[in-house]
Write a protein that binds this ligand. Sequence first.
Ligand code: TXA
Ligand code: MG
Length: 344
Amino acid sequence: METKLAKAGDDILEEAAGILKHGGIAAIPTETVYGLAANAYDVEAVRSVFRAKGRPQDNPLILHICSMEMLYDIAVSVSPLALKLAEEFWPGPLTMIFSRKPHVPAETCGGLDTAAVRMPNNRFTLKLIERCGSPLAAPSANTSGLPSPTSAQHVYEDMNGKIPLIVDDGECRYGVESTVICFVNEDTVRILRPGAVTPEMLREFCHVEIDGGVLEKLAPDAKVLSPGMKYKHYSPKAEVYILKGSTESAERFLRGKNTGKTGFLGFGNENVPESVTVFPYGGTSEEQAENLFSSLREADAAGCREVYVRKPDTSGIGLAVYNRLLRSAGFRILDADGGTDALQ
Ligand code: TXA
Ligand code: MG
C-alpha cells in the first residue's frame, strides 16, 4: 500500500473523512502525539488499527470526540466532577474513563466494560471527527513498543506501506500522551498515566491519587487498571539508562564512554566529551516532554548503542516525562554519585 503524507487542510479533511467513513484508517495530528485513527464504532476498522500497530488486543483504545453529545453517546453516566473537568480541560490532553454503553464495541475497549474518552485540542482533528459523525478510536501512531510519534515524519518511519494517509500538522505541542484518569468516588480521581494535565492542575478541582504503576515496575501478574501500563513501551533499539546525580558526576561518568556509540540527553549545562553524541532534552520539564521521544528516535537513527538520560524533575509535566523514561529504560537507573557499584 502506498502511504500519502499530506499537510492538514480542507481537501485532506475530505479525503481523510472519506477513508474513515468507509472503514479505513489514517494517522491524524493531536496536541499530544500523532494518533492512528479509525471509526470507534466500526469493529473491522478498529481491528486494522491493532494490526497496523502490532498492538495486543487487550490494550484498549481512547475514543476521541468533538462534542459533549458524543460523550453522552458513549458513557452510561457523567458525574458532576467529570463534567467540571471536561469544562475545564477539554479540548485538551485529559482522558477520562467511563462505564460504556453496550453499543460501544468491546473490541475498541480491549474487552473492558469501560471506555476512555478525550476531546483533542487540534482544529483539523476536531473538524475531522465532526465530519465523520462518530468518535475516532486512536492510539498513538507508532509501532507498538517504540517511542510515540511527535511528528508526521515519525509516523511515516513506522507506518509507511501500512496505512493510506498521514495528515501532517507539524510538531505536537506537548510531546507526551494525554493524562489518563479514572474516578474513584464523587470527589477523587486516580491518575493511571500522567500527562500535560498535571496532578497540581487536577487538585484545584478534586482529590488526586496517583496509581502505583505510574512510577513503579508492575509485577508480571499484577492486576492493572490501565492495561497499557503492563506492556514494554517507548523503547528505541538503543539501551536507555536513567542517569541520576550531580552535573559533575554525570560529566565524570560520560568521560568514561569513548566507543563513539553513546548518546546523551542532558539539561544543557553539562560539559560533554566529544565521543558522546548529545540529543535535545532541556532544562525544563516542558522542553523535556517535547524532546524525549524524538531524541530517542534520533539516537537510533544515529546508531547509538546506549543512551543516558538525566533524571528529570518530577513536578508538573515532569511526572509524565519520568513515567515514560522509566519505561524506555526498563526501570534501569544509574547513580552517578553512588560510586562504581551503581555504574556497572
Ligand atoms: O494523547 C493521547 O492519549 C494519544 C493521542 C493520539 O490522543 N493517544 C494515546 O493512546 O496515547 P494509546 O492507545 O497509545 O494509549 C492509551 C492508554 C493505554 O495505556 C490504555 O491502556 C489506556 O489508555 N486505556 C484506554 N482505554 C482504557 C480503559 N477503558 N481503561 C483503562 N485504561 C484505558
Ligand atoms: Mg501508545
